[in-house]
Write a protein that binds this ligand. Sequence first.
Ligand SMILES: O=S(=O)(CCO)c1ccc(-c2ccc(C3CCCC3)c([C@H]3C[C@H]3c3ccccn3)c2)cc1
Length: 240
Amino acid sequence: GSQHRLWPEIEKTVKQQVEMAKLGVGECGTGWQLFAEDGEMRMYRREEEVDGMVVDPLKAVHVVKGITGHEVCHYFFNPQYRYDWETTLEQMTVLETISEDSLLFLQTHKRIWPASQRDVVFWSHMRKLPDDQDQDGPDIWTVVNNSTEDSEHPANAGKCVRIYLTVCLMCQTRVDPPKDGAPISRDNVSCKITYCSVVNPGGWAPASVLRAVYKREYPKFLKRFTAYVKNQTKNKPLMF
Ligand SMILES: O=S(=O)(CCO)c1ccc(-c2ccc(C3CCCC3)c([C@H]3C[C@H]3c3ccccn3)c2)cc1
């Protein structure tokens, strides 16, 4: 059918974000600093400011047993689950269904004192991609969220400061088949999750407050979200 106005941007951004997510934190020698560790989860950030505002890029890598990349992306992308795991969310609206794997969201996040309340408009796209580093392995599943304009919801028209974000959740599934040729079970799968995010707070907020919020919220978010997916899928058939 005819192309949606956002489709070219979605295509370009998804490819770009997946390539960046594949880059390790050791590579490109730039200053990724480890700021949180919990079991298999490692969280890194780079300290960056734009116009005096903290926009620290974040990259998290986590390995979770018993779930697949398709399942992780399914529960991250679909709006009906979001209030279960996104604790800083106050309001979420699906403004437009662009396609069955692309949605336009408006979200308001809980106010973080002393900063004013924030909202964000972003498109969200879920995609399966061949894993070029492991041709005969399972595909990569990804969800990319990227801020965009929406004429019905202009920035800073109400009480909220509009933020701008790009988020990439990239999932690589690993299957270790049982020796005895038994069918694949949850004990034989694990998922390597790479979560990259850059959030521009949109208006001034004290750097110390923002960095403290990110330090607290991001590890909590990834732990809570992955625990949610494990709990939701534990008695369901595997989704590859
Ligand atoms: O991955 S997603 O696309 C999932 C869909 O919801 C995503 C993640 C995070 C955000 C977000 C938006 C605003 C803020 C701040 C900035 C200044 C004041 C509010 C934060 C800070 C609060 C931190 C935070 C970190 C991680 C998770 C949630 N909260 C995070 C939005 C979307």
